[in-house]
Design a protein around this ligand. Structure first.
Ligand code: GLU
Length: 305
């Protein structure tokens, strides 16, 4: 019985997690495919913009394109269509807004998938100009990179199989196997605050979700907004349980000493929140999972020495 169930689950997942292979969601559930290009907002490119004080901006301007680090397997946030190579999601929209404010046309943005564990190095060694991918701002990371924002407030949560009865929150994880991602804040929190849980780590959350559906692990932990995206793809198989148990303010990662770029992105975020772009972007992406647009958190224009 279990073998059959596993086979069905694996098939459901293969269909649901592959945006290109899937059709529409069942009635009343969010569409499985990401938004179509024509449904997405466009952002006015500030063609006269100049930021010579920023070494990152100068280099990008000289080479004629921006390289932006993102995720590719997080539904509604940062997702790559394997058929077209096109990236979509709320983080992708934030990245496009920022590019427009920095004077770059959408056709000059090159997205590059970078896993959670590699974000700091990618920014430090100049592989990317900035990073937009569910990246929590915290003091430890601020010593390695800079953060514009925050532009969204998430919180850590738990994803389990729909038929799971024992796990309702992190207090129920003792003796359970919990999957998360290397280099992420949720993994660190489970290890430090819930040492009785058996934590396992992979490079991406989609691998954790595969492992959950095939009964290799009992739960997946990361930010609620990421988990809701996976649950929305296979609502009969997965559910998010309990209340969020942390605060994860999402920032735009920039190279550590490029304060000119960081402040320019803070200004840009504020401008796009005020002119309605932020809300339009939310409604066309994350809003599809059914949660109405919240008020964006206040921007923290911090000073460094
Ligand atoms: N926001 C958390 C972090 O930055 C989890 C999501 C992620 O790994 O991107 O570590």
């Amino acid at each position: 019985m279990r073998r059959i169930r596993r086979a069905i689950t694996a098939l459901a997942l293969a269909l649901a997690l592959l945006p290109a292979a899937a059709g529409c969601g069942k009635e009343g559930s969010p569409p499985v495919k990401g938004p179509q290009a024509e449904e997405l907002p466009t952002y006015k490119v500030d063609t006269g913009f100049r930021l010579p004080e920023s070494p990152t901006w100068r280099r990008a301007e000289r080479r004629g394109h921006l390289t932006v680090g993102v995720k590719e397997d997080q539904p509604y946030l940062g997702e790559k269509d394997p058929a077209t190579g096109r990236y979509s999601g709320f983080d992708i929209e934030i990245a496009k807004m920022m590019a427009a404010s920095l004077g770059f046309q959408p056709s000059t943005i090159r997205f590059r998938t970078i896993a959670s564990a590699n974000r700091e190095t990618a920014l430090q060694n100049g592989q990317i100009d900035y990073y937009v991918g569910t990246y929590t701002i915290n003091p430890l990371r601020k010593r390695q990179v800079g953060f514009a924002g925050p532009y969204y407030m998430a919180g850590q949560s738990l994803l389990v199989r729909a038929d799971e009865d024992d796990i309702h929150g992190p207090q129920d994880l003792a003796g359970k196997t919990v999957c998360s991602v290397a280099g992420s804040t949720p993994l660190q929190r489970i290890q430090s605050d819930y040492p009785k849980a058996r934590a396992v780590a992979y490079d991406t959350y989609s691998v954790c979700v595969d492992n959950l559906l095939s009964y290799q692990v009992d739960a997946v932990t990361t930010d609620n907004v990421i988990l809701l995206g996976y649950a929305a793809k296979v609502p009969d198989e997965l559910k998010v349980v309990g209340k969020p148990f942390s605060r994860e303010p999402y920032g735009i990662g920039v190279p550590r000493h490029d304060n000119a770029l960081r402040f320019a992105l803070d200004d840009a975020l504020l401008a796009h929140e005020r002119n309605g772009d932020w809300k339009r972007a939310y409604n066309a992406t994350l809003g599809l999972s059914g949660v109405p647009a919240p008020k964006p958190p206040p921007i923290d224009r911090y000073q460094t020495r």
